[in-house]
Design a protein around this ligand. Structure first.
Ligand code: UDP
Length: 355
């Protein structure tokens, strides 16, 4: 009989990760995959597009839970997943990253006594205000298999006295994805300037405080005076900009709709520089050999900062504008080969099989 894995996805970065891991599960004769989409991200260009572009198969279950306060959302997702687990009797539940869907899947597995595998375990921002930090710590605590992307993530878990037998250094599945899909990268169907800075913005700490959001938008307006800024606009950020009556019509920033992963790979590889508050995009900038300026006070991907590929900028507009100007002049020197060998999905599947 095949070993059954119930994979939980729900947010954009999880579609990217599952595209490579579920493909690896499908290639493995002794395994079968049940795919649960919580519905956390539901706009077609935040969800369906990824299934179409990346060949991710249609989910077996769609929960349709979204746009709720954290605890309520986790609770509703968890309740539905407990029922699915009772029906499907999986051997493992597999969760990715640090979203509410991750925590809900983890809690459902735990409640049902099913083994839990956490992909992207051990990452820490050490910022207790971040919802994502809470989600990942809670998930790590109840996981049976902790697949860490870096040695440092393993060290974080050791420092929390996690049983080291549970920890496997697999490398980062986003490297697998960048490698697998780069040959299919394609230009978005909008006019993209020859030289541009790519920006993404969606973290609550940046979007939910109007003063911070205004300061960040001021920075981008000032940068757009000397280099075009292309910003695929996350729905959350769009809503928050509407709330502060941001003048889209007169803005110098080039807003575009959220793009699919293949278009994103094009933008990453053709942009001059990346400005972001995304976790995944920081690494993707590195894979594309582009300097990254991170619009946060801290990052989980400290190894990029230690090597000078990534710089933490916070949200002061003078810092952001000056540093962007300086980095546009810097020749790209990328010497290391971080985040594994691009076969993290294989390592994850093997780790599950061996248990
Ligand atoms: N991404 C995308 N289209 C976009 C913006 C981001 O495909 O318009 C991809 C990006 O390349 C990365 C993932 O979405 O693979 C990151 O998701 P996000 O920034 O939403 O989440 P985080 O990584 O911060 O959890």
């Amino acid at each position: 009989m095949k070993m059954k894995i119930l994979s939980v996805i729900g947010a954009r970065p999880q579609f990217v990760k599952a595209a490579v891991v579920s493909a690896e599960i499908a290639r493995t004769p002794d395994l079968e995959d049940v795919l649960v989409h919580t519905g956390q991200h539901f706009d077609s260009n935040m969800s369906q597009l990824f299934f179409e572009e990346m060949g991710l198969r249609k989910p077996d279950y769609y929960l349709g839970v979204h746009s709720l306060p954290h605890e309520e959302m986790v609770q509703q997702m968890q309740e539905q997943m407990v029922e699915i687990i009772k029906t499907e009797h999986p051997d493992w539940v597999l969760v990715y990253g640090d979203t509410d869907s991750t925590l809900a899947g983890a809690r459902a597995a735990h409640a049902c006594g099913v083994k839990l595998c956490h992909v992207e375990a051990g990452l820490r921002s050490f910022n207790p205000q971040m919802q994502e930090e809470y989600n990942r710590i809670q998930t790590d605590r109840i996981s049976d298999l902790l697949c860490v992307p870096t040695e440092l993530a393993a060290e974080n878990l050791r420092n929390e006295s996690v049983d080291i037998q549970k920890v496997v250094l697999t490398g980062d599945v986003m490297k697998d994805a960048a490698r697998a899909f780069l040959p299919m990268a394609r230009k978005p169907q909008v006019e993209i300037p020859e030289k541009f800075v790519l920006c993404t913005l969606h973290r609550a700490e940046n979007t939910d405080n109007p003063d911070v959001l205004k300061e960040l938008m001021l920075s981008l307006e000032l940068i757009a005076e000397f280099v075009p800024v292309v910003l695929p606009l996350h729905p959350r950020t769009k809503n928050k900009l509407c709330e502060i009556a941001y003048p889209f019509e007169t803005s110098r920033v080039q807003f575009i709709d959220p793009v699919g992963y293949l278009e994103m790979l094009y933008l990453l590889n053709h942009g001059a520089l990346v400005l972001t508050d995304s976790g995944g995009v920081q690494k993707e900038a590195y894979f594309a050999h582009k300097y990254c300026l991170t619009l946060r006070q801290e990052t989980e991907w400290v190894e990029l900062c230690a090597r000078g590929y990534n710089h933490l900028l916070g949200h002061n507009h003078l810092d952001i504008v000056t540093t962007t100007r300086n980095f546009l002049e810097m020749p790209p020197i990328f010497a290391d080969d971080l985040y594994g060998d691009g076969h993290a999905s294989y390592q994850i599947v093997q780790a599950i099989l061996q248990r």
